[in-house]
Design a protein around this ligand. Structure first.
Ligand SMILES: Nc1ncnc2c1ncn2[C@@H]1O[C@H](COP(=O)(O)OP(=O)(O)O)[C@@H](O)[C@H]1O
Ligand SMILES: [Mg+2]
Length: 657
């Protein structure tokens, strides 16, 4: 686990990875939900449309079957041999009866009808002359030679109107009994969830529902002498529903007598045909009671289906049952579920991929930050040379650059501090040594000068002069050293810088080095009096003026300029037109004992002393110089010593390290 967290990087990086992944997850989840919704709606609509098309097909099959039944009675009613045999047959003539039976049997065989069919030739009082029943397994029943079908309403209707009729009819149990079909029609009613406890038609269970066709038989004079009845019984006969299902590819088909399932391929919980179960109350109200189509989901037997129900009507347009087609919702829902789980799986894979992509991306983004953090730590441990490599121009590159700047400043400040310390300790040493040497040197000079006055020999005089000259030089060095040591203390008082400059100038101008030099003064008339040690500042100016004069060989100019600076201080510039300082030397000029002057001429302590004094005054000193073109020293000093050291407004960093 630790390894994994380490691999995922720092807090910022982990935060980025997590937010990347979260964004991906949010987007994909929303997408998945929306897509699943749309698909579900689309599929539901497609299912509805399919079921409604299925219903059109089923209805067409039903209509064809009704036409087939009507066709059988119609053709038999026109058969000439039946016409001839009808009256004799009705009065008991056996040959005539056999003739009629031959026609019926012939019809049944030729048509190869599947399912339970009844064909009967009736006399004018609706008494059966000859009848036959075809069982679903294709066997023919015994001859039926008697019985009155007179109570059948459609038969009476046909008689009264003297018309051919065909319709879906309720076949009373007594009449079914006459032709031996009561057993097949009997159905035990089964309690069904969501169904009305009372049957829609009290005859449900015993009576049959059948497609019935009646065709009257007329004698040549046009007198009705009998009729042909053909019927197809739905109860416990599944030929039609199964044929519709197979040929039209419909999930389930049912024919209802009232609200009772009499012919169906909808299965019950045991997987058997759900004959005997009943329609739900919702469908019953709409289809059976209002005579309208039912479209939509319905609870069928024991589960939900996407359904269509249309009413079936008898010859008087009374609703007697209904035709149903439907598809199981669970099948459709499985489809949706499979789809959803696939979409979810894809989304999950995408989220994981997003997370994996996020790792290198986050690393790429946080790398500069990590580098900065590490550089910071190294800097904190004192590694002053550490720098980062900022790339580009973004905020992080900016941060990197300012870090580098900060590190440089820090290094510079530290170097300055070191330099100061070094100067201080050297000062102490120098002071000690100088004091010790100063007195003996004084004695040497005193005695050698006295000796010089008494000597007469020219060569001895020359030697003595050399002694005096060298001793004087030593005294100068010692005095410089003492000055160098003295900068530690400052005796501050209100000081007029202009007056001080003028005083120093009047002292040095008399020297031979200043002979060919023009002095220019550009004093700021508003220059305030500052708090400083005038003796030490005098040394600063004297040193700088001497250096300037020594740099100028031919006639030249030294310009003294003063100005008040915004940050509560003053600036003094001492500019010469001398030889300038090479870039290489520029780095070292403030270092003690650095000199470019020939042996005996320079001590290399002048600028170190200047530097020390200015720093003690909390001022700044820097130089601008170009070999051959001259040099300018810039000094800033605060007006009051307790003020912060003032930074040059537009000048480059001090070149004093
Ligand atoms: N105004 C100037 N023009 C050219 N070079 C200068 C100037 N001031 C200082 N320098 C250089 O800086 C060196 C150090 O100066 P300083 O510390 O005064 O020692 P010194 O004058 O004894 O050599 C000099 O040797 C010289 O090379
Ligand atoms: Mg000097």
């Amino acid at each position: 686990m630790r390894k994994v967290i380490g691999w995922l990087g720092g807090h910022l990086q982990r935060l980025q990875i997590v937010s990347f992944s979260l964004i991906a997850a949010l987007t994909l989840t929303l997408n998945t939900i929306v897509v699943a919704r749309i698909l579900r709606d689309y599929l539901a609509q497609a299912e509805d449309e399919r079921v409604s098309r299925d219903m059109d097909l089923a209805r067409e099959f039903y209509r064809l079957k009704q036409e087939e039944i009507a066709g059988i009675s119609h053709r038999l009613s026109l058969d000439s041999s039946i016409l001839q045999s009808l009256l004799p047959g009705a009065s008991g003539d056996l040959t005539a009866k056999r003739h009629i039976d031959e026609q019926i049997t012939n019809k049944i065989t030729v048509l190869a009808l599947g399912g339970t069919h009844l064909i009967a030739v009736l006399d004018k009082d609706s008494e059966i002359i000859i009848g036959r029943v075809l069982e679903p397994d294709g066997t023919l029943s015994e001859l039926i030679t008697s019985g009155s079908l007179e109570p059948l309403p459609i038969l009476r209707y046909s008689e009264q109107q003297d018309l051919e009729v065909a319709a879906t009819e309720v076949f009373p149990v007594a009449l079914l009994d006459l032709v031996g079909l009561a057993g097949q029609a009997k159905i035990t009613l089964i309690d069904t969830p969501q169904a009305n406890p009372n049957p829609f038609d009290i005859r449900e269970g015993s009576a049959g529902l059948a497609l019935v066709g009646i065709s009257p038989i007329h004698d040549p004079a046009g007198q009705r002498i009998g009729s042909v009845l053909s019927a197809y019984l739905f109860n416990n006969d599944f030929t039609l529903v199964d044929r519709i299902r197979t040929i039209a590819g419909i999930d389930t088909v049912t024919i209802f007598f009232g609200d009772l399932r009499v012919s169906t391929n909808v299965p019950n919980e045991q997987g058997e045909r759900a004959v005997g179960t009943r329609v739900s109350q919702a469908v019953r109200e709409r289809v059976l009671e209002l005579g309208e189509d039912y479209v939509g989901r319905a609870f069928v037997v024991n589960e939900w289906y996407i359904t269509r129900y249309v009413p079936l009507t008898d010859h008087l347009d009374q609703v007697v049952g209904s035709l149903y087609v439907g598809a199981r919702v669970s099948v459709f829902e499985n489809l949706v579920r499979t789809f959803n789980s696939r979409v979810t799986l894809t989304a999950t894979i995408c989220i994981i991929l997003a997370g994996l992509v996020a790792i290198p991306t986050a690393r790429f983004i946080t790398r500069p930050i990590t580098e900065l953090v590490q550089a910071n730590q190294r800097l904190a441990q004192g590694e002053m040379s550490v720098r980062v490599a900022p790339k580009g121009s973004g905020e992080l590159a900016l941060l990197g650059r300012s870090f580098n700047r900060m590190a440089s400043n820090l290094q510079e400040t530290q170097d300055q501090l070191l330099h100061k310390e070094r100067l201080a300790s050297m000062g102490q040493l120098a002071a000690g040594v100088a004091h010790e040497i100063n007195n003996p040197l004084g004695t040497i000079l005193l005695f050698s000068t006295a000796l010089k006055r008494e000597l007469s020999s020219e060569s001895q005089l020359q030697d003595l002069k050399t002694i005096i000259q060298e001793a004087t030089r030593c005294k100068n060095i010692v005095s410089d050293l003492l000055n160098f040591a003295r900068q530690q203390e400052i005796l501050a008082q209100p000081t007029d810088v202009h007056a001080l400059l003028d005083e120093v100038l009047s002292n040095v101008e008399a020297q031979p080095a200043f002979e060919h030099i023009e002095i220019q003064r550009r004093y700021d008339s508003d220059l305030p009096v500052i708090e400083a040690d005038p003796n030490q500042l005098q040394q600063v100016f004297a040193n700088l003026l001497n250096n300037a004069a020594e740099a100028i060989e031919a006639p030249g100019t030294i310009t003294l300029q003063t100005a008040r600076v915004v940050a509560g201080g003053i600036e003094i510039q001492i500019q010469d037109t001398g030889c300038g300082i090479s870039e290489e030397h520029l780095k070292h000029i403030f270092t003690p004992f650095f000199t470019t002057k020939p042996f005996g001429k320079g001590t290399g302590l002048g600028l170190s002393i200047v530097y020390g004094i200015i720093k003690m005054h909390r001022g700044q000193i820097w130089v601008k110089s170009e070999a051959g073109k001259g040099t300018t020293f810039f000094i800033t000093l605060p007006i009051r010593r307790e003020m912060h050291p003032i930074q040059p407004a537009s000048q480059p960093a001090e070149s004093d390290s």
